[in-house]
Design a binder for this molecule. Structure first.
Ligand code: MGD
Ligand code: MGD
Ligand code: MO
Length: 643
């Protein structure tokens, strides 16, 4: 069968600054001219409309040190807390849910603990594809005798390794979680002493889940009651269990509620705060954990210190010699709304590609175009960069820059410059400092270690991690307050203390209700589209598009064999995919791991097939994350390309 050549777009590295000239095209410029243009636009926006007319998007692939300097630039030079990153599109609900339950947003366990646990529950997570390093630990755990279960609408590569797969309908995670809770209660499998000592709200929770019988959950989810029962007994009956989740849980309009529903199960059973027992959101980008830890989020100063806390603010104000606004800045989601209302006028976007990664991308592009001034600092000329007034070429954090990054087990590790950057590309930190200097701030950091030491002096959780110690121990996990003691590798052991003072605040059960996806399927849009990842490509494809791979076939829409037959389409045939927001054309792939009525696409090839034209911008009100995982679509067969 002849197929259209769908080789992904190749991106070439940015080697020189670019500025937009009078007739609207991007042309090469000197660093001096580009920095002056960038600074002038920021100044114009804030002089006219105030500091909150500026916002920063900070890079979750770059180092901790870079994120520290980026948020400091936002707060000190520009005078606003409008700083955020792709954490908002991904695990903000995990951070919100964990913080509400345990007072801290970090995953509770270390990777190696899945090797020494009895049960691994992968909920809405395709770690075999998306977290392969972690999945090696999972495989070791299975080899050591752990049982593994997967809860996912698709029978993924991860689910293939599981003892049990619960293939539920998209957006129906709370019913099986509540039904498991009810079953655990009725079967007498609650860890009573833990619940009494370390939690609050159990009685209300028991009442809340009471209507969720196994058969009620089966009706809503499509998962057989017996399978939910089996999982409830396996989870509660395990000596130690690890509950891991990712975007199948968070990328919903009620993502934080989903997270709370899962955490409830750990509270019921006491599967948290012990070695081998914990709750673990596997974070997305290599340093999205670190970006948040460094304060590149609108509500926290570095070290997860609340901006509303006057003592925390005071400490930073003294060191930075500035006044920090005593209110939260805009989330990424709010920034896009503020572009529409013109409250936001200038954006400094470092290593993010929102023109492609935001839900409902046509709307996102329109909003970006409404800005007076957009500066993009990246390693490639992305679609977002192509819209910019000024483009600044950076070095790549993972190969050309010194510093540290923090992974999902909260481990801070060193990265080192190994290759020369191309052309005139400069380090992210140097560029930000050069801009700060144009605003009269005498910023110079001798090296990444001096940035890190400034952060350490302000963040008790990082104080004990000197570069020397990070080297000696091959990374250390926060919280690490002491320079002479090794930190604990898991969080919340305090919950098991018998002394109430040492135990600290109890963890509340989350009283959350099922709420189906916003974009309902109907006669016009009968299929449920969920979007996610494949092994061979990365996010918006900018970084992974640039090498040739026989594995990568470009984008296609996956259907189950029954649906493909019903629509009369075969592998490789083109269909038009439409949602209530837009339409794209893509070839079909048939995957027996999908269930009838479900389609799957990625966001890896937007230049060829812009999947986010289809997705809905329905956001979680607590975390601001969009419902990337549930859109309603229809497909129509096109005349085959080879006729
Ligand atoms: N190869 C590769 N690896 C990556 C990335 C990449 O682009 N490519 N990106 C990185 C990033 S930024 C992130 S955030 C992570 C994401 O890592 P994952 O979250 O594992 O990846 P996804 O494929 O987006 O979604 C996970 C699963 O959620 C399931 N799902 C969809 N809807 C639902 C639902 O309603 N309920 C449940 N229970 N499950 C559902 C999907 O079928 C999918 O298998 O991966 C990181 N790693
Ligand atoms: N439909 C759909 N859409 C989604 C998702 C989904 O599951 N479905 N997932 C969402 C998620 S979880 C995420 S994380 C977002 C990702 O969305 P984005 O973060 O917008 O996309 P990336 O492709 O990861 O963009 C990373 C950019 O950083 C640049 N870069 C890399 N290293 C450096 C560096 O050291 N310095 C600088 N300055 N730049 C650098 C790269 O060239 C690239 O342009 O997409 C979201 N969008
Ligand atoms: Mo992500």
């Amino acid at each position: 069968m002849k197929k259209k050549d769908r080789q992904p777009k190749q991106y070439t590295r940015l080697t020189h600054p670019l500025v937009r000239d009078a007739n609207g095209t991007l042309r090469q410029a000197t660093w001096d001219e580009a920095l002056e243009r960038a600074a002038a636009g920021f100044r114009r926006a804030t002089d006219t409309y105030g500091p909150d007319a500026f916002a920063m998007l900070s890079c979750a692939r770059a180092t901790n040190e870079m994120n520290y300097v980026a948020q400091k630039f936002t707060r000190v030079v520009m005078g606003t807390n409008n700083v955020d990153s792709c954490n908002r599109t991904c695990h903000a609900p995990s951070v919100a849910g964990l913080s509400a339950a345990f007072g801290s947003g970090g995953g509770t366990s270390s990777y190696e603990e899945v090797e020494h646990t009895d049960l691994i529950l992968m909920w809405g997570s395709n770690a075999r594809f998306a977290h392969p390093i972690f999945f090696h630990h999972v495989l070791k755990g299975i080899r050591n005798g752990a049982r593994m279960y997967a809860v996912d609408p698709r029978r993924t590569s991860t689910a293939e390794w599981a003892e049990g797969w619960l293939g539920l309908d998209v957006g129906t995670d709370i019913p099986p979680a509540h039904a498991m809770g009810r079953e655990i209660i009725h079967a007498g499998l609650v860890n009573r002493s833990f619940v009494e000592r370390a939690t609050t709200g159990f009685a209300e929770y028991a009442e809340l889940v009471e209507p969720w019988t196994l058969s009620a959950a089966e009706k809503v989810t499509g998962v057989p009651a017996a399978a939910i029962r089996e999982l409830a007994h396996a989870y509660a009956g395990a000596e130690r269990a690890q509950l891991c989740w990712t975007l199948g849980i968070t990328e919903h309009h009620n993502g934080t509620d989903n997270v709370r529903a899962l955490i409830n199960l750990s509270l019921l059973t006491g599967h948290v705060g012990r070695y081998g027992a914990g709750v673990q959101p596997l974070r997305g980008q290599n340093n999205v954990q670190g970006g948040g830890d460094m304060g590149a989020i609108p509500n926290r100063l570095p070290g997860f210190q609340d901006i509303l806390d006057p003592a925390a603010r005071g400490k930073f104000e003294r060191t930075w010699r500035t006044v920090i606004q005593p209110r939260y800045g805009m989330t990424l989601t709010e920034m896009f709304e503020a572009m529409e209302s013109r409250e936001l006028r200038a954006v400094y976007c470092i290593g993010e590609n929102p023109a492609q990664s935001e839900a409902d991308s046509e709307q996102a592009m329109r909003r970006l175009a409404a800005l007076d001034h957009l500066v993009v600092q990246d390693i490639f000329l992305t679609k977002t960069a192509q819209m910019a007034d000024v483009v600044l070429p950076a070095t790549a954090a993972w190969a050309e820059t010194d510093g540290t990054t923090t992974n999902s087990e909260r481990r801070v590790q060193r990265v080192r410059a190994a290759v020369q950057p191309p052309g005139e590309a400069r380090e992210d930190i140097d560029i930000i400092c050069a801009l700060a200097q144009r605003f009269g701030h005498d910023w110079k950091f001798a090296d990444s270690e001096s940035v890190w030491n400034e952060l350490r002096s302000l963040s008790p959780d990082h104080y004990g991690m000197t570069y020397d110690r990070l080297e000696e121990h091959q990374g250390l996990q926060w919280p690490c307050p002491d320079t002479d003691r090794l930190p604990s590798t898991f969080l919340h052991a305090r919950l098991w203390e018998t002394d109430p003072e040492r135990r600290g605040p109890a963890a509340p059960f989350g009283l959350v209700a099922h709420d189906p996806p916003v974009d309902l399927t109907d006669e016009d849009y009968p299929l449920r589209l969920t979007t996610g990842r494949r092994l061979d490509s990365y996010n918006t494809g900018v970084q992974s598009g640039s090498f040739a791979s026989p594995l990568r076939r470009g984008e296609y829409i996956e259907l189950c064999p029954e649906d493909a037959a019903a629509y009369g389409v075969e592998v490789g045939e083109e269909v038009r995919v439409s949602s209530r927001r837009g339409a794209v054309t893509a070839p079909v792939w048939v995957d027996a791991g999908l269930r009838p009525g479900l389609a799957f696409m990625t966001m890896h090839f937007p230049d060829e097939v812009d999947t986010n034209q289809l997705t809905i911008e329905a956001n979680c009100p607590i975390a601001g994350t969009a419902e990337f995982k549930a859109s309603a679509i229809r497909i129509e067969k096109l005349v085959p390309a080879w006729t």
